[in-house]
Design a protein around this ligand. Sequence first.
Ligand code: BMA
Length: 335
Amino acid sequence: MNVQKKQTIIGEPLPNIPWQEKPAGCNNVVWRYSENPIIQRDAIPSSNSIFNSAVVPYNGKFAGVFRCDNRARIMQLHTGFSDDGINWSIENEMITFNCDDPEIGVFSQGYDPRVVRIEDRYIVTWCNVYHGYTIGLAYTTDFKTYHQMENAFVPFNRNGVLFPRKINNKYIMLSRPSDTGHTPFGDIFYSESPDLIHWGRHRHVMSPTNGWQSTKIGAGPVPIETTEGWLLIYHGVITSCNGFVYSMGAALLDIDKPWKVLFRTTPYLLSPQMQYECVGDVPNVVFPCASLVDAPSGRITTYYGAADTVLGLAFTQVDELIDFIKKNSDPWLES
Ligand code: BMA
């Protein structure tokens, strides 16, 4: 009898996913790429730092939208391409968004992009400045021309992350309402839209709890569809005497009602411990913004900003991760 290996990720094969096996003796469910960081802060002539960035498979290779803070310390978005997902060629000129309405189409600053392919378009969400921080939206089909749509919400909001398919015929976004500054609070909320323009039916997803995720939390990469629910990698923040510390965790959300949390990691999966995560423009930050997945093998490769300065890669295997989330999910208090 043929024993078929179960496939947990509901998605496509990506045989050329950037990957490195777990080092012998490593007991962690998430492990770093040995050659981190994969992108240095000065990878392009105009950059002060290149970090919280988003990549997707594109034409058999990879493309992405990168957060590049320039040498005037203005936060900008730049396109990048890669053959292998590790060595990137990032354009020195920032992305120009085409927009019919000059009221919202004036780009001043943008940061922390996410990119998702939905049907035949790549949709970019980012933290956009329009009388304060809110969620900008644009689409591209070729990573050359970008068409800006309406901002999703009124300020102040950050960490807008779309699901990779419609649910009940609606686009779904997670976001984190915030304030004008560095926001010492923050829950993840769910919103629906029929057209990527009008958003409503808002639902609370989850709040900070304690320890590494006691101050605020925010969605990270685009959620991954699995047989066990939506796998959401997210960041959590603790306030230390030296300021915020950003770590990475994961949750499983109900497949049809993603505002319902099934399980959620009590320990972090990755926290700032390497020198490039602890030292930089903002020390002690790991900030995941994108994952690539290979459904048949269950490989998940996550791109994360380190210390608001450089970009790193971390790996995990879906079955091991889901097992870990379920076994390390304490009941939590929801307000
Ligand atoms: C958040 C965002 C992120 C950044 C983090 C740490 O508020 O601005 O872009 O990585 O702070 O500075």
